[in-house]
Design a protein around this ligand. Structure first.
Ligand code: HEC
Ligand code: HEC
Ligand code: HEC
Ligand code: HEC
Length: 429
């Protein structure tokens, strides 16, 4: 009991200074009624998209045929999952909360309605919130969106909320994490970027003029930039909740995997300006911050110096097991300012600048770590589309993807060469 109270108190204090995140659907008060409750053909289960309401109404069909979230539970029955479960000493994966928390809509048993089935995987309510109090009213014209939200609908259009939702499973949160133990047992490493994955998840909605009147809608660049700021905040939350206090072996999944996992004869260590730790030290996975440098340069130049200094201090403190509170708070403030700068700028004109900045960073060898390269490539792909030059740079983009194809053999020098080709104008082949 005391422990639990301590935890809740700790969580409240902690949420106060990292900025409160809305209760995620998994932990909210409302019961989850099950995908069957949404899937009727007159609701969201139409075979063809409809045009009468602005809502496609074929969401269930898109989700059940194309969306990998639908299969997240059945993944837990695969041979790969059985092996992971065996290595962890679990009876099986499909009944273990540590797996179900990310591979299904694992709400408390008392919050499952009569049509709820855990086998449905990551169903509608895992993202849109338990429908107990909005199911009957959310189609009512007289009921406003705010009312629906206070009835339990989760605001998936709001970037901070959407990010918290996706990150909780795709990066990890205070409550659930793909720990180093789970990865050691055979789980794939997680990687995520809000805009790219938002595009990869087969869309069951159309963002058009009408949509933008009803909901938040931003360009890919804005979604990406705000998503990166949120990723920085999520890193801070994880540092505070998982790494505070000295431990001989802290949660290793929060560090750069290849700081440890690479062949010794490679001798690839070199000083990285943003980190400045001595050789032979394990470094925090700071990829949640890396894209913030080009974003700050273009959207909020005055924040650059502080961002650099504070990130270095965060590295030092995590590395020495020192107190992280103050530096986390400073970074949190900086990230809040970045959110306002990005939100108040007309984004699309900035795309070319961010693109040039990212490529320069790449050419000067700043994407030493694989996770950094991976984020840079996803961003560059999005930026080329935004500036309308993706076709012109088709072959160059292929080379860029080649450079991150094999995680275990990632060669930062090759990536830097490809980036250099863009700068020297040799990229259009
Ligand atoms: C409850 C946890 C959970 C939430 C919330 C969640 N995901 Fe996922 N997502 C998963 C899991 C687990 C998989 C892998 C499913 C499988 O193949 O078994 C996945 C797969 C995906 C894939 C396919 C990845 C690939 O490699 O093909 C995309 C894209 C994706 N998610 C995007 C998103 C986005 C965008 C959000 C937020 C709007 C989100 N997810 C929210 C757990 C989640
Ligand atoms: C923090 C959330 C999280 C936890 C905890 C978690 N997973 Fe996953 N898992 C994911 C996500 C997200 C993906 C999809 C990765 C991608 O494709 O980007 C995934 C992918 C997988 C895959 C690969 C699926 C494929 O087809 O490529 C397997 C297998 C798997 N998980 C099994 C498990 C098992 C077993 C457990 C429990 C021991 C577990 N997971 C716990 C989030 C999680
Ligand atoms: C992995 C998370 C995820 C899952 C699972 C999911 N959605 Fe969504 N859904 C989103 C996101 C993100 C959006 C876009 C943001 C928004 O409009 O709120 C969205 C948008 C919608 C919209 C709004 C369309 C509009 O024009 O306003 C509807 C309706 C919808 N989803 C229904 C469903 C139904 C029904 C299911 C289950 C069959 C489902 N969703 C499953 C994440 C999800
Ligand atoms: C501080 C160093 C360190 C970091 C950082 C680290 N690991 Fe490990 N990892 C280890 C050690 C030590 C082992 C155990 C090796 C053994 O038993 O042979 C291990 C084992 C593993 C294994 C099992 C390998 C096998 O041979 O079966 C996997 C997979 C793994 N780690 C993945 C990751 C991923 C993914 C990350 C980043 C998210 C990561 N590790 C970060 C040190 C690290």
């Amino acid at each position: 009991m005391t422990n639990q109270r301590g935890f809740i108190l700790g969580f409240l204090l902690f949420s106060m200074h990292i900025g409160a995140v809305a209760e995620l659907p998994q932990y909210s008060d409302e019961s989850h009624l099950g995908v069957a409750s949404c899937a009727s053909s007159v609701c969201h289960g139409s075979v063809r998209p409809r045009s009468s309401t602005g809502i496609l109404q074929n969401e269930y069909v898109v989700w059940s045929r194309l969306d990998r979230h639908k299969n997240a539970y059945s993944t837990l029955l695969s041979a790969e999952s059985k092996k992971i479960a065996h290595n962890l000493g679990l009876k099986n994966a499909h009944e273990a909360d540590i797996c179900l928390d990310c591979h299904a809509d694992n709400v408390a048993v008392g919050k499952r309605g009569s049509r709820f089935q855990i086998e449905d995987g990551i169903g509608c309510e895992a993202c849109h919130g338990g429908a107990e109090n909005y199911l009957t009213s959310h189609t009512d014209k007289g009921v406003s969106r705010d009312q629906n939200i206070s009835n339990g609908l989760y605001a998936t259009d709001q970037i901070a909320k959407r990010a918290a939702l996706c990150f909780s499973c795709h990066i990890g949160s205070e409550e659930k994490i793909a720990s180093h133990e789970i990865m050691g047992a055979g789980h794939p490493r997680l990687s995520f970027e809000l805009d790219t994955f938002g595009v990869l998840q087969p869309a069951h909605y159309v963002v058009d003029k009408k949509y933008s009147e009803r909901k938040w809608a931003g360009s890919s660049l804005t979604t990406w930039a705000l998503g990166q700021v949120e990723a920085g905040k999520q890193t801070l939350r994880l540092v505070e909740s998982k790494l505070a206090g000295r431990q001989l072996f802290p949660e290793l999944s929060l560090f750069d995997c290849h700081a440890c996992h690479h062949v010794m004869s490679e001798k690839k260590w070199r000083q990285q300006d943003r980190i400045r730790l001595p050789p032979g030290t394990v470094r925090l996975n700071d990829v949640g911050f890396l894209m913030l440098f080009p974003i700050a340069k273009v959207f909020a130049p005055t924040l650059q110096v502080g961002l650099h200094a504070d990130l270095r201090e965060l590295h030092q403190r995590v590395n020495s097991g020192g107190d992280v509170k103050e530096v986390v708070m400073r970074l949190q403030k900086t990230l809040d300012s970045m959110t306002s700068s990005v939100s108040s700028n007309s984004a699309d004109t900035a795309a070319q600048k961010v693109l040039d900045e990212l490529v320069s960073m790449g050419a000067s060898g700043q994407f030493q770590d694989y996770v950094a390269a991976e984020q840079a490539v996803m961003a560059i792909d999005m930026l080329l589309s935004t500036v309308g030059a993706r076709d012109d740079y088709d072959d160059w983009l292929d080379s860029l993807y080649d450079s991150v194809e094999e995680e275990d053999y990632y060669d930062p020098l090759f990536l830097a060469e490809v980036m250099e080709r863009y700068l020297s104008g040799n990229s259009v082949l």
